[in-house]
Design a protein around this ligand. Structure first.
Ligand code: GLY
Length: 360
């Protein structure tokens, strides 16, 4: 398998989806527009909710994006695990009442095995318990043996995030091998520890058939007027598998930030990986959020950002950095990401100034 760089891989995905008739749209702002249920965009589908529900007409019934996302629910795990991060890019292809299960599953397989070149024998699909239709597509059309397709319940194979479109899903896991399975549990890990470092979820196809209103105590699912497809695959995970990184952080997305931080510290990355990973993750989050118009504050979205910056500064102290330093990493983040997010360079001085002020 070729070790693609992040910029190459992102573009390969968007080009592939364009060849399947999708309109490639730019990432939407991290600051939600007209969605009071979210402080920050947390999934590729989030800015597209009105197209799923039929409230707005999409520019095309097939859309593909690489969407900037921020999720802070698992912030304590950032740096501890291989894959948690507060800022990530979500690759997505979406159908608004256009194609459904068959095409979405076939294209996921084609991209992973033929375009990227992942070994098909290392890929395991899962489906929602009762979803025989998705099971049969994997088994009879793609040719995956029945004993390699797992059926999971609502906890694992039903996607919903706050309010909005949701539904049963089919996921694809990649087996990173025995190195990441010290107890030799093999496929048992799927049932004993869904969050493990051996089998990594690389693709999620959601069959968005319902609308969920969490404000109603007893969760109520309404059938949507049309059947949709919502997919999500974290770019950082794919990059780490393709580049053979032990974690998402050991890739070209994070290592330059980690090495730049090492120059400011008196403890090395090897000696305190957690601190470096927290700092590298959090500076990306803050840089992208400020670039999209969010600001540090004492409440709401701004408070989330304030806490993230303070957390990074605390970890900076662990590696011997006493003075303001996060602001100094902003130009590097902007430079690393500017090929796809071309607006970053013009905002970099402003972001840097705001971060410095906040740190001080
Ligand atoms: N919306 C599907 C996902 O984020 O996995």
């Amino acid at each position: 398998m070729k070790k693609y760089g992040v910029n190459e891989l992102r573009q390969m995905f968007l080009d592939f989806m364009e060849s399947k008739g999708h309109l490639v749209m730019k990432s939407f702002s991290l600051v939600p527009q007209g969605d009071k249920s979210l402080l920050l965009i947390n999934a590729g589908m989030a800015p597209l909710k009105p197209y799923f529900t039929g409230a707005e007409i999409p520019p095309r019934t097939r859309v593909s994006t690489c969407q900037k996302c921020i999720r802070t629910g698992d912030i304590e795990n950032v740096g501890k695990t291989a894959r948690h991060g507060t800022f990530f890019e979500m690759l997505g292809n979406f159908s608004f009442g256009d194609y459904f299960k068959k095409e979405a599953i076939h294209w996921s397989w084609e991209f992973l095995t033929e375009v990227v070149g992942l070994d098909a024998n290392r890929l395991y699909p899962s489906v929602y318990l009762e979803d025989d239709e998705a099971f049969d597509i994997w088994n009879k059309e793609i040719g995956i043996p029945a004993d390699r397709i797992f059926r999971f319940g609502k906890e694992d194979n039903f996607w919903e995030h706050g309010a909005g479109p949701c539904g049963p899903c089919s996921e694809i896991y990649y087996d990173r091998g025995e190195k990441y399975d010290p107890e030799g549990l093999g496929e048992k890990l799927f049932f004993e520890e869904m969050e493990n470092d051996r089998y990594i979820e690389v693709w999620n196809v959601v069959f968005s058939q319902y609308d969920c209103n969490p404000a109603i105590d007893r969760k109520e699912y309404k059938e949507l007027p049309q059947k949709n497809i919502d997919t999500g695959k974290g770019l950082e995970r794919l990059v780490s598998i393709i580049q053979g990184g032990e974690t998402n952080f050991d890739t070209d997305l994070f290592l330059p930030i980690i090495h730049a931080t090492e120059k400011l510290a008196n403890v090395s990355y090897e000696e305190n990986k957690m601190a470096y990973r927290v700092i590298a993750d959090h500076i990306r989050t803050v840089t992208f959020a400020l670039a999209d118009g969010a600001m540090f504050d004492n409440a709401g979205r701004g408070y989330v950002l304030r806490r993230i910056l303070r957390r990074a500064v605390r970890y900076g102290k662990q590696i011997g950095i006493e003075k303001a330093f996060m602001y100094d990493l902003v130009p590097l983040v902007c430079d690393m990401m500017k090929d796809f997010y071309d607006y970053l360079p013009e905002k970099q001085d402003f972001i840097s100034t705001m971060v410095k002020k906040e740190e001080e």
